[in-house]
Write a protein that binds this ligand. Structure first.
Ligand code: ADP
Length: 316
């Protein structure tokens, strides 16, 4: 049977920039539900057919199988030339909706549980040589059992093989979650870009508001925001930074944020949590912890223990 005929389409679950998302059930077993993401190819294409972003999303997702990464079951096209992704249905919203809901209270142990799942998913992506490149709280979806899953791989791509040395595009990652190496247009970058974005999500869960929101939507404004809150990059703390193509020296050099300052703002994470956060926000991508190193950090095993799945707060 044709793939598209296997599903009955249900109500609309949401509308995104490039896609409409519908609930669907399997005709042969209506207890099985899915989310079908119908990508509006007509709007996205420029006479060349399916965009590279869409193809990347498909290729990346099909390769990845991990509890903290959204599952892509299949792909089909419809008569109207739209591309349909049959995804795991994740009906409990995303981390952004969760922290914006003032009626939901959550604890440091809950944040630890969510971040542990995010970092496990991230580690799996990176060990499969896939960068996500658009990590933000609205792209971390929540399953009915409380698990969180990295979604929206539209901008994901495979790591450049270091032997190949193909320069990579910089126009990735929503500005507030973008690290300095991308803002300075470093010709090569790696998993460290996702770690920076994960750290921004970590801080945002604590603050219940974005951590590095530049006042205006420009690279310069974002660079200034990072320098003010994290510290300015210098040849001392990041050898080679001043040679990067779009490096700009800010008029004032803000010293690196101290341990005490991290702990003061993120006290609820404890010493270990504040330490992990600061190491995920190292300005020099070579000094930033890798996904694997974050998982070995003592934060996860220090008190409090991460909340178990069934006890995690979620939207009704
Ligand atoms: P786009 O990539 O075009 O911005 P999104 O992936 O953000 O589209 O999807 C739009 C909306 O659809 C989301 O805000 C969410 O409400 C809903 N949605 C997306 N994926 C799922 C899913 N797997 N399960 C349930 N709802 C989803």
């Amino acid at each position: 049977m044709q793939e598209r005929k296997k599903y009955s389409k249900g109500k609309t679950l949401g509308r995104g920039t490039y896609a409409d998302v519908f609930l669907a059930t399997l005709k042969s077993d209506p207890t099985k539900t899915f989310a079908i993401k119908k990508i509006r190819i007509a709007a996205e294409q420029d006479r060349i057919g399916i965009s590279y972003d869409t193809l990347r999303e498909i290729r990346c997702l099909q390769e990845l199988d991990h509890p903290n990464i959204i599952k892509l079951y299949s792909v089909f096209s419809t008569k109207d030339q739209n591309l349909n992704l049959v995804l795991e249905n994740l009906p409990r919203g995303d981390l952004k909706q969760l922290y914006l809901d003032a009626t939901i209270r959550y604890s440091p142990a809950d944040i630890k549980a969510w971040m542990l799942m995010v970092m496990r998913g991230m580690w799996f992506c990176h060990s499969s040589f896939i960068l996500h490149r658009d990590i933000k709280p609205d792209n971390i979806l929540i399953a009915s059992n409380g698990e969180v899953k990295i979604a929206d791989f539209g901008l994901a791509r495979t790591f450049v093989d270091p032997g190949q040395k193909r320069p990579m595009t910089h126009e990735v990652i929503t500005l507030w979650y973008r690290p300095l190496e991308l803002l300075f247009k470093a010709p090569y970058y790696g998993g460290a870009v996702d770690i920076w974005s994960c750290a921004c999500v970590f801080a945002e869960l604590v603050l219940r508001q974005p951590f590095l929101p530049a006042p205006t939507e420009s690279s310069l404004s974002q660079i200034r925001t990072i320098c003010e809150r994290v510290g300015s990059p210098t040849e001392d703390n990041w050898p080679g930074v001043s040679k990067l193509p779009d490096y700009v020296a800010t008029s004032e050099v803000t010293p690196q944020r101290t341990r005490a300052a991290w702990l003061a703002e993120f006290r609820i994470l404890g010493e270990q949590g504040a330490d992990l956060l600061s190491k995920m926000l190292a300005l020099d991508p070579d000094k930033r912890l890798s996904a694997e190193q974050t998982l070995r950090h003592p934060y996860w095993t220090s008190a409090p223990r991460p909340t178990s799945l069934e006890l995690l707060p979620k939207k009704g």
